[in-house]
Design a protein around this ligand. Structure first.
Ligand code: GLY
Length: 346
C-alpha cells in the first residue's frame, strides 16, 4: 500500500493499494475515534462493495448506517442533497459522527457537500470506486452539486479525513467507465507530465492513479482554494462542462472533458496562444485512447452556458493553455475573447 500525505489546512492521507477496501475499518480507526459512520452510496455501488466496506467498519466497532440514492449525474442536485441531509438527521448523526462516501464522483461530491454543511460541518472519508474519481474528484476537497443553470454551481471546499483507494474494484467497471478516468489522466499528462500519457494508453491503472494523485497533491497543496495554479486542472472543463449541460448530462463528464480538451486546444491554436502542432498532438492522443471528439452543439450555445462558469471574475476568465505535452500555463481573457474562443473551439 502507498500513502500520500496531503498537506492542506486540514491534512489527510490518501491510501492506495489493491485489496485495501476490506481493511478500511483498520485504516479509518487510525484517524477516527469510535463513532457512528453514515455510508452514503448509490444504487450501483451499493450492491457491489458496500457489504465488504460495512463489515470491515463493524469489525472495528463503528456503528454503521447507510444512505442510498439513485446512481447517475441526474442525482447530483438539490433534491438528493436535501434528502441526504434529512436522512443524516433521521439517523441521529451528530457533530462527532462521520460520513463515508462510497462511490464515484457524484457520490463523492454530494457526500462531501453534505459533510461540509450538515450541522455546519462534520468529518468525512472518501472511498472512490471509479478510476476517474480516484484520479481527480476524491483528492482536494472540492464538493458540490449542479444547479438547474449549470454544473457544480453550489458547493464548498471541504477536505476529507482520509481517502481509501482500492484499484481492485475497477475490475468490475465496464470499458466506458475506465475511459472516463483516462480522460482526466490524459488531462494531467498534457498539463503537467507528458510521461504519464503512455502509461494511460497502456492502461497501467495503479501507476496512473499514484502519479496523478502525486501531481494533484502538489497542485492542491500550492493552491487549495483554486485561486491560481489549481485552475490548470480545468483544462478541457471550460468547454466540457458546457457540453455536459447542453446534452442534459447525457454526455458523460470524461467524454465531455475529452471533447473539451481538443476544442480548447483548437481555440488556443486559432487564437495564437499555442501551436497547431500541440493541437494535433492532443487530438492524436485522445483519438488513440478511443475518444469521440465530435461536438454536437454550436459555439454560440456552449458560450451561453460558459457565462455562468465559476472561473469568471471581474469580467475575465482564466483558461489553461497547453504549451506542449507536459507543460501548460494560465491565461486571463476577457468575455469578448471567450466568445471568440468558443467560436474557434467548435
Ligand atoms: N477537478 C479539478 C480540481 O480538483 O481542482
Amino acid at each position: 500500500m502507498k500513502k500520500f500525505e496531503i498537506s492542506t489546512a486540514h491534512p489527510y492521507e490518501i491510501c492506495i493499494g489493491e485489496g485495501i477496501m476490506s481493511e478500511s475499518g483498520n485504516l479509518i480507526s487510525t484517524v477516527l475515534e469510535p463513532c457512528k459512520i453514515a455510508i452514503i452510496t448509490d444504487t450501483n455501488v451499493n450492491g457491489l462493495y458496500s457489504q465488504v466496506f460495512l463489515t470491515s467498519l463493524i469489525e472495528k466497532g463503528f456503528e454503521v448506517s447507510k444512505i442510498i440514492f439513485p446512481a447517475g449525474e441526474h442525482s447530483k442536485n438539490m433534491t438528493t442533497y436535501g434528502n441526504v441531509l434529512e436522512a443524516l438527521a433521521d439517523e441521529g448523526i451528530s457533530r462527532s459522527d462521520v460520513i463515508a462516501s462510497l462511490g464515484g464522483g457524484v457520490v463523492g461530491d454530494i457526500s462531501g457537500f453534505a459533510a461540509a454543511t450538515y450541522m455546519r460541518g462534520i468529518k468525512y472519508i472518501q472511498i472512490p470506486t471509479t478510476y476517474i474519481s480516484s484520479i481527480d474528484a476524491s483528492v482536494g476537497g472540492k464538493t458540490g452539486i449542479n444547479l438547474l443553470s449549470g454544473k457544480n454551481l453550489a458547493g464548498a471546499f471541504w477536505q476529507p479525513s482520509m481517502v481509501i483507494c482500492d484499484p481492485k474494484v475497477f475490475e468490475s467497471l465496464p470499458a466506458g467507465q475506465l475511459l472516463e478516468g483516462a480522460s482526466e489522466a490524459i488531462k494531467m499528462g498534457i498539463c503537467s507530465d507528458g510521461s504519464l500519457i503512455p502509461k494511460v494508453l497502456d492502461k497501467d491503472y495503479l501507476y496512473v492513479i499514484e502519479r496523478a494523485v502525486s501531481i494533484k497533491k502538489s497542485i492542491v497543496e500550492a493552491d487549495e482554494l483554486d485561486t491560481g495554479l489549481r485552475q490548470i486542472l480545468n483544462f478541457g472543463h471550460t468547454v466540457g462542462h458546457c457540453i455536459e449541460k447542453a446534452s442534459a448530462y447525457s454526455i458523460s463528464h470524461g467524454q465531455a472533458v475529452a471533447k473539451g480538451m481538443a476544442a480548447e486546444a483548437k481555440a488556443c491554436a486559432a487564437m495564437g496562444f499555442t501551436s497547431v502542432d500541440v493541437y494535433d498532438e492532443i487530438v492524436s492522443i485522445l483519438s488513440e485512447a478511443g475518444f469521440d471528439l465530435s461536438i454536437p452543439f454550436s459555439g454560440e450555445e456552449l458560450y451561453s452556458y460558459a457565462l455562468l462558469d465559476k472561473k469568471i471574475s471581474y469580467g475575465k476568465i482564466t483558461i489553461t493553455v497547453p504549451d506542449r505535452i507536459g507543460q501548460s500555463h494560465l491565461s486571463k481573457i476577457s468575455l469578448l475573447d471567450l466568445k471568440v474562443f468558443f467560436d474557434s473551439a467548435v
